[in-house]
Design a protein around this ligand. Structure first.
Ligand code: SF4
Ligand code: SF4
Length: 448
């Protein structure tokens, strides 16, 4: 059975970001296979941890995927400051006599944005609304490669490594079954060190935020990699939660058209026609120029303009999200740009140093939290979403009352559909099926 079939059967999706089904992504021939090991959002440590404990799986997985892609270059893009992980990878590459190369990135945000990573490694700008394939590359992240390697041994994706940091008593790395509740993950980190709290699922720039009361009913998915606990009135939480009408009103009254949001936007710097200050003017002045509004469609929502650039505390990112929604109602989508897209000259001088970003985000106090120890978490109940990926949700193939075992297929898609198979992450009995399949161990016996 070939690698793509194995990845399909194991339900492998991109382990970070939107969760693109891997068997579809890897069905290509390219010049570059790039492994995004930048982990560029502040406070995240999961990929670094995986690189240090699973370097052999990593290098072997890259070699296997490289054969399918017929890639000439197998490149791990990693920040040059990750000295320990670089040494481990170098030693493993040597030991396995592998042709995998390392490419060193500076410590800036967003070094791990897929388009920036491709630009750094290849010198090529991906066209607007394009994908790495357009410039001869496929990009996967660290967890995805390890999951593909595991799939060659018929191991499905049922576990995640999660960094838990911020306002918790014992910041840690946990290994959990997919479908465990966020609340249980936080409890395993010694609980919170504050009263009311919010949780960022993902990084501080691009992650989603939930409240403490939502932590019980929100569950870990295949795409999750970190939880950051913050006070509810923290700068990041307040900024991301600003109501839309307030944002629009502020846009009208306070945008001074300084264009810092555009000058520091990495998509603009890559050569894309995305000028957030123009979109802001359109919305603020109700100019309704649809050609300018369409620029919002290529915003990747990295958050630089909102959380770093704007001196007036405005939110071009959220305005872009609003405009995208309005255009989607009219059926207007982003159009693919030219293959000859060239980066702008200033790109080398406008990268955001991560330490400066952290200071701006008011998260420096969490930067030295030690998380070396791994905790393996057991649970009695998991709620596994049928949609953990781009595309259609998986179709349940079990019914309420069925007994299932850890690793058993419980929901599936066809191989030619955009989606991914789902497996039970614990032994137990199915007790509910809606948007999630809920599995509970029997007799309260913990069997993880
Ligand atoms: S940085 Fe802020 S004030 Fe300046 S143009 Fe952009 S949105 Fe307006
Ligand atoms: S969020 Fe802002 S900085 Fe990021 S791509 Fe969109 S417009 Fe550019």
């Amino acid at each position: 059975m070939d690698l793509l079939q194995k990845a399909y059967e194991a339900g492998v999706v991109g382990a970070g970001g939107a969760g693109f089904p891997t068997h579809i992504k890897l069905n290509a021939k390219v010049e570059y296979f790039i492994i995004n090991a930048a982990e560029c959002e502040p406070l995240l440590n999961t990929d670094k941890y995986l690189l240090s404990i699973k370097s052999e799986e990593m290098i072997k997985g890259i070699e296997e995927i490289g054969k399918i892609l017929e890639a000439k270059h197998l490149v791990i893009a990693i920040k040059e400051k990750y000295h320990k992980e670089i040494k481990i990878l170098k030693d493993m590459i040597k030991k396995l006599d592998s042709k995998v190369e390392l490419f060193y990135l500076k410590n800036y945000y967003p070094a791990g944005d897929e388009q920036m990573t491709v630009y750094e490694v290849t010198g090529r700008s991906i066209p607007e609304a394009g994908i790495p394939l357009d410039v001869g590359a496929v990009v996967s992240n660290v967890g995805t490669v390890i999951n593909v390697y595991n799939a060659t041994f018929d191991k499905p994706v049922i576990e995640k490594y999660i960094t838990v940091v911020g306002e918790v008593n014992e910041p840690c790395m946990i290994k959990v079954p997919v479908g465990i509740s966020i609340k249980e993950c936080i409890d395993q980190a010694g609980g919170t060190s504050i009263g009311d709290y919010a949780v960022i699922i993902g990084g501080p720039m691009m992650g989603t935020i939930i409240d403490d009361e939502e932590a019980i009913d929100t569950h870990i998915k295949k795409t999750d990699g970190s939880l950051i606990v913050l006070p509810k009135d923290h700068y990041i939480v307040r900024r991301k939660r600003k109501p839309l009408q307030t944002i629009i009103n502020e846009t009208r009254s306070a945008c001074i058209q300084c264009r810092y949001c555009t000058d520091l936007c990495h998509r603009y710097l890559l050569g894309h026609k995305l000028r957030p200050h123009r979109v802001m003017r359109n919305v603020g002045m109700a100019e309704q120029d649809e050609e300018i509004m369409k620029e919002a469609l290529i915003c990747c929502e990295c958050g630089i303009c909102e959380l770093y650039s704007c001196p007036m505390g405005l939110s071009p990112r959220l305005v872009n999200v609003f405009v995208k929604g309005e255009l989607a109602k009219k059926g207007i989508r982003a159009e693919k740009g030219s293959k000859d897209t060239q980066s702008r000259e200033m790109i080398e001088y406008r990268k955001i140093p991560t330490t400066r970003l952290m200071a701006r985000l008011d998260i420096m106090k969490y930067s030295d939290q030690e998380i070396d120890e791994l905790k393996e978490i057991k649970t009695e109940k998991v709620s596994i979403p049928l949609r953990q990926h781009i595309g259609k949700p998986a179709n349940p193939i079990v019914t309420i009352g069925d007994k299932v075992t850890k690793g058993q297929l419980i929901a599936k898609v066809e191989i030619d559909e955009m989606g991914a198979n789902i497996h039970s992450s614990i032994d137990g009995r199915v007790i509910d099926i809606k948007e999630k399949i809920v599995v509970e161990t029997e007799d309260n016996e913990v069997i993880v």
